[in-house]
Design a protein around this ligand. Structure first.
Ligand code: SF4
Ligand code: FE
Length: 484
């Protein structure tokens, strides 16, 4: 059965890479002191492998491959039904609940589901064989239970100019050469979630391309340690707290996300790993379908993180003796209302899914965009309410070192004590956890990623305006009021 254990995953990801971090090259990252910063992000991915082994979660975490008939991790499934779409969102909420951060494996998953139908449609129009290539590539992914990153965002240079009109043509990743065996690509992909923690990556264009921009209409699979690929580890707020002696000041000290700046310096891609090459008329569809699937994802993952944050605010209100206050209870209710509204959106766009001619199932595009548009707002309000319930101490509290100090520690404990029987250390942990999600490392996963991940708010508004069917709405009122 192609399911890796968490230990097998961790061993398999310890491969030499071309990685830079804090100005230093570290190929064997797992042996370097900076691994303390990287490790929580690997723990998070490992959790996906762990949950898939547990009987109570198997119904969500695993599925049957329509390609091999084997049991696979759901993160490698090509959706075969509306139920699959719904279970995807439920699974993402589950993993968010278990890790309280970005678990990184959805981007490659969503890319694969978009490519499945787009490659099929390209082959039908142009007689190419991208679909078969992709199918073979994805069978290897399923059989190896591989972690796959999905790479879309280019550096974009001058945003007012097209890819083929930049001073530096590499601002968008493109094909620079080609021979009988494959292509050579150059460019950079940024905000690459979980790239270091991934065995492979699938690269896509970042926008709909026009005639004259064929070299930018390229999609392919690549090993993340391929020759010519350089990774630079992204900084996150308060990340060096992970290097400190104690771990409580980190907040969520077990789990975390990971973002990488990836440079492709003349990387060779063989033919059998190329899934689009110059088909500009399909570039927009690939971008939209991937974005749609990823906007659906946010109706699960961020809800799971929200569940943990609501739990933290609620428990803290008990620890601080305010859980009976009506305004606190109301704030918790508001947090639940906002969080479940996001889940409603994730489930709704899945339940309204449909079958593509290629056979796979896709979410409802309009509702997926509504889902993500709400995700750009609600986690900020949920976070604001959590900060409100917690109190200003989330950003004024002394360090764990002071807390543990023989000299000052007892006095800090005395004055941080709240209700009888409440552990000061547990309260400290909760305050740091909320700080972490509001303004520390995890604020990236919960806030900025909610805003910009899977496309910034304006990208969804463009899709909403295209999909909103205003004409039909106008006709409705005309019919009722007999307006010709
Ligand atoms: Fe998955 Fe959410 Fe992270 Fe995207 S932001 S990779 S959907 S956990
Ligand atoms: Fe993301």
């Amino acid at each position: 059965m192609p399911l890796k254990s968490p230990e097998e995953y961790v061993e398999s990801i310890k491969r030499e890479v071309n990685l830079y971090m804090f100005g230093e090259k570290i190929s064997e990252f797992w042996k370097h002191p900076n691994f303390k910063i990287i490790e929580p992000s690997m723990n998070t991915v490992s959790k996906i492998y762990e949950l898939a082994q547990m009987d109570e979660y198997k119904h969500l975490m695993t599925a049957t491959s329509h390609l091999t008939g084997e049991t696979i991790n759901r993160f490698t499934l090509i959706h075969q039904s509306v139920e699959d779409l719904i279970n995807k969102v439920k699974m993402q909420r589950l993993v968010g609940q278990q890790t309280a951060c970005c678990f990184q494996r959805c981007v490659g998953f969503d890319t694969a589901n978009a490519l499945w139908s787009v490659t099929w449609e390209m082959d039908r129009k142009y007689g190419t064989n991208y679909h078969k290539r992709f199918k073979n590539y994805w069978i290897e992914v399923q059989r190896g239970d591989l972690m796959v990153a999905g790479s879309m965002t280019d550096t974009k240079g001058d945003r007012g100019r097209r890819p083929n009109n930049q001073t530096d043509p590499d601002q968008y990743l493109h094909i620079v050469d080609e021979d009988d065996n494959g292509i050579i690509v150059r460019g950079a992909k940024i905000h690459q979630t979980g790239f270091l923690n991934s065995h492979r990556a699938i690269i896509m264009p970042t926008l709909r391309l026009r005639p004259g921009e064929e070299e930018y209409a390229v999609s392919f699979g690549v090993n993340t340690n391929e020759k010519g690929i350089t990774m630079i580890y992204g900084r996150q707020s308060c990340d060096t707290r992970k290097m400190e002696e104690g771990k409580l000041d980190i907040g969520n000290y077990k789990y975390g996300g990971q973002e990488i700046f990836v440079i492709f310096d003349d990387v060779f891609v063989p033919h059998d790993q190329i899934f689009m090459k110059g088909e500009i008329d399909f570039s927009g569809e690939l971008v939209n379908r991937f974005a749609g699937f990823h906007r659906q994802s946010y109706g699960g993952c961020k809800v799971g993180v929200g569940d943990v944050l609501i739990g933290a605010a609620s428990l803290l209100s008990q620890y601080q003796g305010v859980d009976g206050a009506s305004h606190i209870r109301d704030k918790i209710v508001e947090m639940i209302h906002l969080n479940e509204t996001l889940f409603c959106c994730g489930i709704a766009c899945s339940a309204q899914g449909f079958q593509r001619e290629a056979g796979n199932y896709e979410m409802d595009m309009l509702l997926a965009n509504i889902c993500k548009q709400n995700v750009t707002r609600f986690p900020y309000e949920i976070g604001r309410l959590a900060e409100d319930v917690a109190g200003g101490i989330i950003c004024t509290m002394p360090s764990q070192a002071d807390f543990d100090s023989e000299e000052i520690g007892p006095l800090l404990k005395k004055y941080l004590t709240t209700c009888d029987g409440v552990s000061v250390k547990s309260r400290y942990k909760l305050l740091r956890f909320i700080e972490n999600l509001s303004m520390g490392v995890a604020s990236l996963s919960y806030k900025t990623e909610s805003l910009h991940g899977a496309g910034s708010p304006q990208a969804q508004r463009i899709m909403i305006s295209r999909q909103g069917n205003l004409e039909e709405k106008i006709n409705l009122v005309k019919k009722i009021l007999d307006i010709k």
